[in-house]
Design a protein around this ligand. Structure first.
Ligand code: 26V
Length: 802
């Protein structure tokens, strides 16, 4: 958008006067922040209205992306950057003696997600918009996003995240476009004219109120919307109940309704059959589908063409209730018969799987499911009955297989099977992950409908992760290869011609140093620790999970400690190990691992012989905006999950495009990163996925893999040298019975990891060679852009022409 400085100043003044009754000169910092956000929101609204009008005339196909999580992070800088207005706003504010960076710093993260899956949803909204697609995200307006983490005496403590206080500036409430969602109750069945009519009675109604957040894209006419539903009691208070004296019940129902959108479930490690969670899922699905269908029917006067005009995407199984709910609406509310309804459902819905961890695959107890959603349950049973009938023809008599594939079995409703049965496209999120899906957990479905399955390797909104969070690097790249890469990330390959170019390598090193200094400053402020910007910055930043093996990293650090203790003159390249990770609130082992990291940090720091060589820092409260500070400063990207378990990873891509070199296993998208950069530009170690499988089959006993060095490290866990004795961690690695010790094979991969770490230390000493590796990583990161990924979704999954 083309605005001059004076025009921007006018916009700010007028807005500030309208909202706060003062000019921008007299505004407090908070008022200035809100004024700026409102002005930006108005600009987006204006663009949106033009875009929506154009689109209406075109009658193109559009996508609805359903996700229980969108990890939006901050929006102000991103919106200004995307509108191409960052510098004009900066100078208009500067004239008013306001530093735009201090306003940026006031914005809270919209932390409406746990980790990778939620951030991916936000990256894809950005890419859809930048590509000019009409795409709408649907989720929940959690009053409290992912908890704030504080580390107290090494332990994680959780605090509520009241992001709306300063974050609601981006939301537009549209109360008159609310929908009623029905929970509980009973069903009445009547046959009229040979047709069964089901009426839902005595239900508890909850109102879903939409709040819109505009999503900007880079250099595009498009502006999309993320619609967040908030639960509200439909009648402010049931006055009749009041007059009957039933105050408590009436009040209780009221608050119960509003509890639904109160808080994001802060777990991504295991499912819990929680009533509130299924209510959240149904609220999201039912409100979104009602809204989609109402809009569609207004425009086209029919739903017959829904699959031609609309793709509805199910982001992991959390919104899997789309399957029965869409069926229900078509049958109960629009009078379709089963076959026609099912045909529309299957041609409209698509599904992405994001995990093979069986603890995270959603299953609901039938009793809970049927009590909360009686009509939906009935439909699920019918879907199940018809499917089983079909499977009996394909796999006659193979009861075990049919049971395994059924959406309802053993007293449970299994959401993945519901998606597999209904969606016409199913994908994994990296080549390896998609292969694992079709060769193992989804194999039986693959065998009957191979064309249904595909892969789309994840991608990232690199304009946020490179251009905005590392403007110094982006500007160097522009000087070297022009700015084509800002639209087309594969143009980064142009950097390859600077391999070995002394001047370029030196510039890269200077920029890395500047970003390391910035991180060092943050750490000194947040942790009160001084780290040396000339040491290797080695980072592992992601959710805390046993399969991600932060423990492997820590054990190796203890080993380095021993090496230095044995020989204070040992040839160790100074290293700063940075960790940041939230653990699920109820995941005790994960919390103990955080405690261990802190204990190791203290041990290393308390020892004069060691502390100049290695430093360990656990930065609290990992979130999008913190990632934006850490990633540009990283040199080593730890991607060390046990092979076969990390579906893709996206942090690996963000780190790579910022010049960090991956130290990793051949897991998830690391495999494709390796393909891109070649074995010389990545530090690989550990077993491959087939090797892991093989070892399981043979029977894994970690004790066979304990080397003398590792034995010494493992003993330290319980010797008392760390202050606390980490008995549980030690046991989980060595002495669990029933062959489940060290389920993530940390011990089996230790030696190989140790050697890889040794290589890192050695290779870093040749700075130009290391920087060359870094350059190749930047140059080859283009394929991991969300633009590429979303184009593949459009082509292969949503059938949308761009
Ligand atoms: C599971 C559960 C279980 C019930 C409670 C709430 C909850 C929330 C999330 C999850 C599943 C998490 C799945 C996930 O985040 N997968 C990650 O997806 C990334 C994007 O595709 C991918 O890069 C990561 O490898 C994968 O772990």
């Amino acid at each position: 958008m083309n605005y001059k400085k004076d025009e921007v100043t006018n916009l700010l003044n007028t807005k500030c006067m309208n909202v706060f009754g003062c000019s921008i000169d007299d505004a407090t910092e908070k008022q200035a922040y809100k004024t700026l956000c409102y002005v930006v929101k108005d600009l987006l609204a204006e663009k949106r209205s033009k875009f929506a009008k154009q689109y209406k005339e075109k009658e193109g196909k559009q996508v609805y992306y359903m996700s229980m999580e969108f990890l939006v992070g901050t929006s102000l800088r991103n919106n200004l950057y995307n509108l191409g207005m960052e510098s004009v706003f900066k100078s208009a504010l500067k004239q008013k003696k306001i530093d735009i960076n201090s306003l940026y710093a006031m914005e809270p993260d919209a932390g409406l997600g746990n980790g990778g899956l939620g951030r991916l949803a936000s990256c894809y909204m950005d890419a859809m918009t930048s590509l000019g697609m009409m795409g709408t995200g649907f989720s929940i307006r959690y009053e409290f996003g992912i908890f704030k983490q504080k580390i107290v005496d090494g332990w994680q403590m959780e605090f509520p995240d009241n992001w709306l206080e300063m974050g609601d500036v981006w939301l537009n409430r549209r109360e008159d476009e609310s929908f009623i969602i029905k929970f509980g109750g009973t069903l009445k069945e009547e046959w009229t004219d040979g047709k069964l009519k089901v009426t839902h009675e005595n239900y508890q109604p909850v109102m879903a109120v939409p709040y819109d957040m505009y999503i900007s894209g880079y250099d595009t006419d498009a502006v999309n919307k993320l619609v967040l539903w908030s639960a509200k009691s439909p009648n402010n208070l049931d006055m009749t109940a009041f007059s009957r004296g039933e105050y408590v019940r009436s009040l209780e129902e009221n608050t119960m309704a509003e509890v639904i959108s109160k808080i994001l479930y802060p777990a991504d490690d295991h499912i819990e059959g929680k009533r509130l969670r299924i209510k959240q899922q149904y609220l999201l699905v039912s409100a979104s589908l009602q809204s989609i269908l109402l809009k569609h029917i207004k425009k086209y006067k029919t739903l017959d063409n829904l699959p031609d005009k609309v793709a509805i995407h199910i982001n992991d199984t959390h919104p899997a209730l789309c399957v029965p709910e869409l069926t229900r609406i078509l049958i109960d509310e629009y009078g379709y018969d089963w076959d026609k309804a099912w045909d529309i459902v299957t041609r409209t819905l698509t599904y992405t799987n994001h995990t093979v961890m069986s603890e995270a695959l959603e299953r609901w107890p039938e009793s809970l499911f049927s009590a909360e959603l009686p009509r939906i349950y009935q439909i699920v049973l019918e879907i199940n009955r018809r499917l089983v009938q079909k499977l009996n023809e394909v796999y006659p008599g193979d009861i075990a297989k049919i049971e395994y594939m059924s959406p309802v079995a053993h007293g449970e409703v299994r959401m993945a099977n519901l998606c597999l049965a209904a969606c016409h496209k199913v994908n994994g999120v990296s080549k390896l992950h998609s292969d694992i899906l079709i060769n193992s957990i989804f194999k039986d479905y693959y065998n009957i409908e191979p064309d249904k399955f595909t892969n789309v390797t994840n991608g990232i909104a690199y304009r946020r992760w490179l251009c905005q969070s590392n403007p110094e690097l982006a500007s160097l790249i522009k000087n070297l290869i022009g700015d084509k890469f800002v639209h087309d990330a594969t143009a980064l390959e142009g950097l390859l011609k600077y391999k070995g170019d002394k001047n370029v390598l030196e510039s890269l090193q200077k920029i890395k140093l500047v970003k390391k200094q910035a991180l060092a400053k943050y750490i000194s402020h947040a942790n009160g620790i001084n780290v040396d910007p000339s040491s290797i910055f080695d980072v592992q930043i992601k959710r805390l999970h046993e399969y991600k093996r932060q423990l492997l990293n820590v054990l190796q650090i203890l080993h380095m400690y021993n090496v230095i203790k044995d020989n204070p003159n040992a040839d160790i390249t100074p290293r700063t190990f940075v960790f940041a990770a939230k653990a699920s609130a109820g995941y005790m082992m994960a919390k103990q691992i955080i405690r261990l990291i802190s204990a190791v940090a203290d041990l290393v720091d308390s020892d004069a012989a060691v502390r100049d060589k290695i430093k360990v820092v656990f930065i609290e409260d990992y979130k999008v905006s913190l990632a934006e500070i850490i990633i540009p400063a990283a040199e080593i990207s730890e991607q060390i999950s046990i092979a076969g378990k990390e579906a893709s990873g996206t942090g690996n891509m963000k780190l790579m495009i910022n010049g960090a070199v991956t130290l990793g296993t051949l897991d998830g998208a690391n495999v494709e990163i390796c393909e891109q950069v070649g074995k010389d530009n990545i530090f690989l170690f550990g077993m491959t996925a087939p090797e892991v499988e093989e070892l399981w089959r043979k029977g894994y006993n970690p004790n066979f893999f304990v080397t003398p060095e590792l034995k010494r490290v493992l003993d330290m866990l319980t010797s008392g040298i760390l202050g606390t004795r980490f008995e549980d961690i030690s046991k989980s690695l060595l002495t669990n019975s029933f062959g489940t010790a060290d389920a993530y094979m940390t011990i089996a991969d230790f030696e190989s990891y140790r050697q890889a770490q040794e290589r890192v230390g050695k290779e870093y000493l040749n700075r130009d060679k290391f920087t060359d590796m870094s350059l190749v990583n930047i140059a080859k990161a283009g394929i991991f852009s969300a633009d590429r990924a979303v184009k593949e979704y459009a082509d292969n999954i949503w059938n949308i022409k761009l």
